[in-house]
Design a protein around this ligand. Sequence first.
Ligand code: NI
Length: 165
Amino acid sequence: MSLLSLRVDPDPVLCRPAQPVARVDEEIRRLAQDMIETMYANDGIGLAAPQVGRDLQLFVASPTRERGRELVVVNPVLEAARGRNSIVEGCLSVPQVWEKVPRATWVRLRGLDGTGTPFALETEGLLAIVLQHETDHLQGRLFLDRLPWWHRRRLPRLTRRRACA
Ligand code: NI
């Protein structure tokens, strides 16, 4: 296993919708394991493939930070979302910035797991927020893009100006 280097805003790979994974093979499984190690090494609870420079619809998450309980999600689709929730979020691609982001409370997500098996997950709380944050990454969106304009205006200029904006 190896640690991967993180891409940081304004890297253009963070702006593009990622490509669907054609097949969950050994290479994808290895990438997911490396992403899990990289996420833990950087004290993250989620990490999407574009954040390590890979243009693929893949993310890993571990809101409880429990070893062996990580979620590997391939080609995710957020099918439904309900309610309003917000917590202070950070992102490994946006260092030193923490902001309260409007999100849904409850989501239903469909995708493939780390073995390529289809699954659907209905969840709320922190996991629901992580799923929304990571799915956003795969659409080329950062949590900064979810902030209301009056809130974005207060951010430092460099944080506000994204390469893809
Ligand atoms: Ni992030």
